[in-house]
Design a binder for this molecule. Structure first.
Ligand SMILES: *[C@@H]1O[C@H](CO)[C@@H](O)[C@H](O)[C@H]1NC(C)=O
Length: 234
């Protein structure tokens, strides 16, 4: 009986210690700016004749797989992508130059067996930041009359999404009494003459240079004079 138990244990040990195909080293998540380059490495162990495949999945179309290599050959057509298989350390190496926003996504390295089943896999995220900019279609000169409610709108685009804040030119205080206001909109309720002048919308997402847009408000009308209409109907 003891012999059987011993044999069973030996078998289990043998199965467990038999080295499985696996990914030994894999690159980390990447945060890149348009125009940068990057290197992605996937080093594998004990893969024998199994397939090792790099693929890209765009964030918005996750289930759409774009293969980058087939065995030791590049299949990605884009010339900015190059693929190298380094035999000495079993590394499947992707190099991407002149990174574009469309290169963002999940990059996956998979070891696939003869039954098309993934034996091991690893994935990393590639984020591509672009310089922020402010929508130039916006009107930047505003005419208002004393007492109008004025709303300035600043659409800042970028990746990561920029944070937007407002300041007044020459370090003046905003109508609400603060030095800056955070948000895409700046409301000036019941505008006064002294609220007229230059306002700046600033957008920042950590990718320099910071974008700025200047708005000019001209306030028309007499200061502190209210026209009170007499109701003559009675
Ligand atoms: C594999 O080998 C190449 C070339 O020697 C080296 O540049 C790379 O860093 C190695 N990768 C790993 C994960 O060992």
């Amino acid at each position: 009986m003891l012999v059987y138990v011993y044999l069973l244990l030996c078998t289990i040990t043998f199965i467990l210690t038999q080295e499985k195909p696996s990914i030994l080293y894999f690159s980390k998540d990447q945060v890149k700016t348009v125009g940068d380059s990057m290197d992605l490495e996937c080093s594998v162990n004990n893969v024998g004749n199994l397939l090792v495949r790099w693929s890209r999945h765009n964030f918005d179309k996750y289930y759409f797989t774009i293969p980058l290599n087939y065995r030791h050959t590049k299949v990605m057509v884009d010339p900015r992508f190059s693929f190298t298989y380094i035999q000495q350390n079993n590394t499947y190496w992707i190099h991407v130059s002149d990174i574009q926003e469309s290169d963002a996504g999940l990059y996956k390295c998979q070891i696939i067996n003869d039954y098309d089943v993934t034996v091991d896999q690893a994935e990393l995220k590639v984020l591509v930041r672009k310089h922020e900019f402010i929508d130039y279609k916006l009107a930047t000169s505003i005419d208002a009359r004393v007492g109008d409610n004025v709303k300035l709108d600043c659409e800042a685009i970028g990746d990561p999404v920029p944070s937007v804040y407002w300041i007044r030119a020459n370090n003046a205080i905003l109508p609400d009494g603060n030095a800056e206001h955070i948000g895409n909109f700046l409301y000036i309720p019941s505008i006064r003459n002294k609220d007229g002048g230059l306002y700046q919308c600033c957008a920042e997402n950590g990718v320099t240079p910071r974008a700025r847009r200047t708005f000019k408000i001209d306030v028309w009308g007499e200061p502190s004079v209210k026209i009170i209409r007499r109701n003559t109907a009675n």
